[in-house]
Ligand binder design. Structure first.
Ligand SMILES: Cc1cc2nc3c(=O)[nH]c(=O)nc-3n(C[C@H](O)[C@H](O)[C@H](O)COP(=O)(O)O)c2cc1C
Length: 220
């Protein structure tokens, strides 16, 4: 697949086929992602891949924490507010999602259900977590973001689907304990990965992007 086409056709996949992805293919995807650039080539990224019973057990633990009303404690705090332009894009997405599905996403019960499906990794056969040392600076968070995007593009080019999930890090201390990751590490992002349910992807709402005139300034 051509690079431009890969970038433009990637989308978050929220329904997966149950088939396991061969370990070699998942490792190939990460082997490609590791070519991402990073500040002074520090490569501040670590990846854990979960499958099978362990993935199911983690989902169960996360759903139980949610059911108990446990307060989320992600290593990267959820933003409490946004600048006006970013908030407008969130509002636009929510409006379109509601129009497409008839679901009111501000309803707390819907929000809870949405967390539950996130914790079940949208039915994907594999879940990944990206993490890095907590002492690293924002530049390294930037680097792991580049790594995440390269990984998702490499997955897409290999016929796999992904969805990045901040919500999957909600209970970071419990997740790290479960995965044997020391608390000196920062859990950055969960990513569900597997073969996409193509029919569902075709029907899913495609997110749009702001007009280029709103993000670019020419100075000449
Ligand atoms: C850092 C980050 C965190 C995200 N967290 C979640 C999440 O917790 N759950 C989810 O379903 N999607 C999550 N997303 C996916 C975004 O909603 C999605 O990327 C955005 O709406 C654009 O849609 P697209 O990926 O289909 O292009 C996240 C994306 C990013 C980059």
């Amino acid at each position: 697949m051509d690079t431009i086409e890969c970038i433009k056709t990637r989308m978050s996949i929220r329904k997966f086929m149950p088939d396991q992805v061969p370990k070699e293919l998942l490792m190939d995807v990460i082997n490609t992602a590791k070519h991402s650039p990073s500040y002074k080539n520090t490569q501040p990224w670590e990846v854990i891949i979960l499958s099978g019973d362990k993935k199911l057990a983690l989902s169960k633990m996360l759903v139980e924490l949610l059911e108990k009303g446990t307060k989320p404690c992600p290593d990267i705090p959820e933003p409490l507010s946004w600048p006006a332009s970013e908030q407008a894009r969130i509002d636009d997405l929510m409006k379109k999602r509601t129009a497409a599905t008839g679901i009111d996403f501000s309803d707390p019960a819907v929000l809870k259900k949405s967390k539950e499906v996130n914790f079940n990794f949208y039915g994907a056969p594999h879940a990944m977590y990206l993490y890095q040392d907590k002492s690293l600076t924002p530049w390294s968070l930037f680097d792991i973001g580049l790594f995440a995007q390269t990984l998702m593009l490499a997955a897409h080019a290999s016929g796999l689907g992904t969805v990045p999930q901040a919500v999957a890090t909600d209970y970071a201390p419990d997740i790290k304990k479960f995965l044997d990751i020391p608390d000196t590490k920062r859990l950055v992002l969960g990513i569900s990965i597997g073969y996409p349910d193509k029919e569902a992807a075709e029907k899913a709402l495609r997110t749009d992007r702001d007009n280029i005139d709103n993000i670019v300034k020419w100075v000449e």
